[in-house]
Design a protein around this ligand. Structure first.
Ligand SMILES: Cc1cc2nc3c(=O)[nH]c(=O)nc-3n(C[C@H](O)[C@H](O)[C@H](O)COP(=O)(O)OP(=O)(O)OC[C@H]3O[C@@H](n4cnc5c(N)ncnc54)[C@H](O)[C@@H]3O)c2cc1C
Length: 413
């Protein structure tokens, strides 16, 4: 099978690149083997939220303070700024509404009620301007009876520290009774799948009967697994201001974002090969000639250019054994410490060095294999070395912006 472009990996990065190429009418395929980090995504896109342990208010200004080989530094500040401004438009065309801009971070809430810096935040999540700002005067934190993935007590503790007057109500949704019969089903994704119109009406009506005057209502993010308009409809039914707060992963807003982006890519004419894995890339004379996948076997996939967006250790785009980190599809040159003691920080919650290990690229985002540049292959997203999405709170930004950037570079070779 022959395409103009093939992208390996269908997470946030691969889909952003695929949408860019498909929007230009290019015959594009995305091969994706499984779950992406989006399934765990809390609903706020980070561009640069933290650096050196400090909260970042102006992410564009912070680019100069990142390591020299960081993907944003390779792209250049002006390019990051220009692409970042295009992202809300792209998301809106796909059917995802976001708040925010790259000029200044705003803040949203973690599942525990702590402020989290954000570049863009999905529709329905609470947002506020500064980390020490009170997001609401009074909050009614709604829990669903038997729900396993929200922690109202932590939410209350952290919001009360900011001076928010909090109250918790647990709502028993009769239409979810059958889910409570199992120890495993009272989870966000299972509940969200049951949230049909009648259940949403029951939920809204029970909220209306217990919400007090001037209270902002916070519910766990279990509405709208396929379409954000389901949440808009519920907001119309509830008398008080209504917000979703992220739950413990798997995340409903993340599942929705993955579903919508994939659907939009396919609507643009892209081919999404879900559940297939690129086993091997065939390279000759510094060029990728073909890809071998699990499902197509001997029927190799061909394209003019390829983008590797297969994720980091989390997505299996980078793998490790007791001695090395390696890139499993092509065997590309990877940046990592040969001293195993340097792979991990002793404290589990510290920035872990291995998160920065990934594929080395040149200024044009081309990788190399034993020092030889691969001219029709680009690398993007969390597969790249020298960025640490947890330390910098930059995962979504790196994924989307390098996806768009490499798509543009690929169209110019
Ligand atoms: C648990 C978790 C929570 C996060 N939460 C947030 C958040 O709230 N906000 C934020 O800004 N960032 C967050 N991040 C960071 C950010 O979401 C990720 O850095 C970003 O989404 C990575 O996107 P990606 O497309 O590069 O990689 P991935 O999402 O990992 O996607 C790579 C895809 O490639 C596929 N793949 C791998 N190898 C192959 C192969 N050989 N053939 C075919 N397919 C292959 C994988 O199955 C996967 O689907 C989070 C990260 C994690 C791990």
């Amino acid at each position: 099978m022959k395409f103009d472009y093939i992208i390996i990996g269908g997470g946030l990065c691969g889909l952003s690149a695929g949408i860019r190429l498909a929007e230009q009418g290019k015959k594009t395929a995305v091969v994706s083997s499984g779950q992406s980090a989006l399934h765990f995504f809390a609903g706020s896109f980070g561009l640069i939220g933290k650096n050196g342990g400090k909260t970042v208010l102006n992410p564009l200004e912070e680019i100069d303070c990142l390591p020299e080989k960081h993907p944003y530094r390779l792209m250049g500040k002006e390019r990051v700024k220009r692409l970042a401004a295009e992202v809300p438009v792209m998301l809106d065309k796909a059917g995802i509404t976001v708040t925010g801009s790259a000029e200044a971070n705003h803040f949203t809430l973690t599942p525990f009620g702590k402020p989290r810096p954000s570049w863009l935040t999905l529709n329905g999540l609470p947002t506020f301007g500064k980390p020490d700002e009170k997001p609401f005067e009074k909050a009614l934190i709604v829990s669903i009876k038997g729900f396993l993935e929200s922690y109202p007590a932590f939410m209350v503790e952290n919001l009360e520290k900011k001076g928010v007057c909090c109250r918790v109500e647990t709502i028993d949704l009769e239409r979810l009774t059958h889910l409570r019969e199992s120890n495993f089903d009272m989870r966000a994704a299972s509940i969200a799948k049951q949230m049909d119109r009648a259940t949403i009406e029951e939920f809204a009506s029970k909220i209306n009967s217990c919400a007090g005057k001037d209270e902002s209502v916070l519910i766990p993010a279990v509405i709208g697994i396929n379409d954000e308009r389901e949440l808009d409809r519920m907001r119309e039914m509830v008398n008080n201001p209504l917000y979703c707060v992220p739950t413990i992963p798997v995340s409903v807003p993340g599942l929705r974002a993955q579903h919508i982006l994939q659907h939009y890519f396919e609507k643009l004419g892209g081919t999404y090969l879900l559940g297939d894995r690129v086993e091997k890339g065939i390279i000759e004379d510094g060029m990728v000639k073909a890809l071998v996948t699990t499902n197509f076997g001997e029927d190799h996939l061909h394209a003019d250019a390829f983008i590797l967006a297969s994720g980091n250790v989390f997505g299996e785009g980078i793998k490790s054994n007791p001695h090395d980190f390696y890139e499993p599809v092509f065997g590309l040159d990877v940046n990592y410490s040969s001293n195993r003691d340097e792979w991990y920080a002793f404290n589990f919650f510290d920035a872990q060095p291995y998160m920065e290990y990934g594929v080395e690229i040149d200024n044009d985002f081309h990788p190399s294999l034993k020092g030889i540049k691969i001219k029709n292959l680009f690398v993007a997203g969390s597969t790249l070395a020298h960025c640490n999405s947890l330390k910098e709170d930059s995962g979504a930004g790196t994924a989307i912006l390098t996806g768009l950037h490499t798509a543009d570079l690929a169209m110019n070779i």
